[in-house]
Design a protein around this ligand. Structure first.
Ligand SMILES: Nc1ncnc2c1ncn2[C@@H]1O[C@H](COP(=O)(O)OP(=O)(O)OP(=O)(O)O)[C@@H](O)[C@H]1O
Ligand SMILES: [Mg+2]
Length: 262
């Protein structure tokens, strides 16, 4: 071991072995029904991972477990090597740098694009304090940078309520980015988008990997193919059915079977 290598302190995110998320033998049951069944999965730091699988496979439940919304009956969930997510509540997990985008956009429709991003800076200061406080230069730069990333710079003064469905989704991704998350979980981001919006969303997510890890759940296979550069995980009946490149999983007879039935 190189002694000069930075050794993370207790409680600090340690991704020195590669993975940023470790899920091991995780099970969740609802009234005896196993929504997750002995599931194990590892996500690398900086990775963009697509998660696919038929309805009811457990994809959303998996996100609920990672974000602390649902407690598993058994198994372990670690953020980096040392941070035990099962010992933390939802707000603590969010503060640690794991954030989530739900399917429905939840932007503030009566505020502008800029103000929505500004609000996303609010940690515990409260909405009004944040809106009336003066932004410092770093915060202003950060908002500008995020607006550029999500392609909404020219809409900065437009109310979020008049944006298209796709633009609202990008704004919400921007609001997550304001918090500089280390892991972003995105559930069905392109549902209801136009073809062009789907393509732009693919470019956006591709541009975000590397600096952070992203888990994307989607049913739109053309979209998944366009962003799946590494591993795709296929979930079925609460477990990982298989993992591999998009070509590998699409040509796997078991995957074909769970999607099409026999
Ligand atoms: N709170 C809950 N109470 C009872 N059953 C639940 C609950 N949440 C999920 N389930 C069940 O667990 C299973 C997995 O659900 P989940 O929502 O994780 O699937 P999914 O893979 O996200 O499906 P979809 O592609 O339709 O979004 C389903 O059978 C669902 O009905
Ligand atoms: Mg779901």
């Amino acid at each position: 071991m190189n002694e000069l290598v930075h050794k993370p302190k207790t409680g600090e995110l340690d991704t020195s072995h590669g993975p940023i998320l470790y899920l091991e033998a995780v099970s969740v049951s609802f009234d005896g029904f196993k929504a997750l069944n002995n599931l194990s999965m590892y996500i690398d730091a900086g990775e963009l991972r697509c998660l696919i699988g038929p309805n009811g496979a457990g994809k959303t439940t998996l996100m609920d477990v990672i974000t602390g919304k649902t407690r598993p009956d058994s198994g372990s969930v670690f953020f980096g090597q040392t941070i035990d997510l099962l010992q933390m509540d939802e707000p603590a997990i969010a503060t640690a740098g794991i954030c989530r985008k739900f399917q429905k956009p939840s932007v503030f429709e009566t505020l502008t694009v800029f103000e929505n991003l500004e609000l996303a800076l609010a940690t515990n200061k409260g909405v009004w304090t944040t809106l009336f406080a003066k932004l410092n230069g770093t915060q202003r730069d950060r908002i500008e940078q995020v607006m550029e990333t999500i392609g909404l710079t020219e809409h900065r003064l437009h109310l979020a309520g008049i944006l298209s469905h796709g633009q609202k989704q990008w704004l919400e991704i921007g609001m997550l980015l304001m918090q500089e998350p280390k892991v972003m979980l995105v559930d069905e981001p392109v549902a209801g988008m136009t073809h062009q919006e789907v393509e732009r969303t693919a470019q956006l997510l591709l541009s975000l990997q590397g600096e952070r890890s992203i888990i994307v759940v989607e049913h739109d296979m053309e979209f998944v193919r366009s962003i799946a550069q590494h591993r795709v995980t296929v979930l079925h009946e609460g477990s990982v059915l298989t993992e591999g490149t998009m070509d590998e999983v699409q040509n796997d007879p078991r995957v074909v079977q769970v999607y099409l039935g026999d």
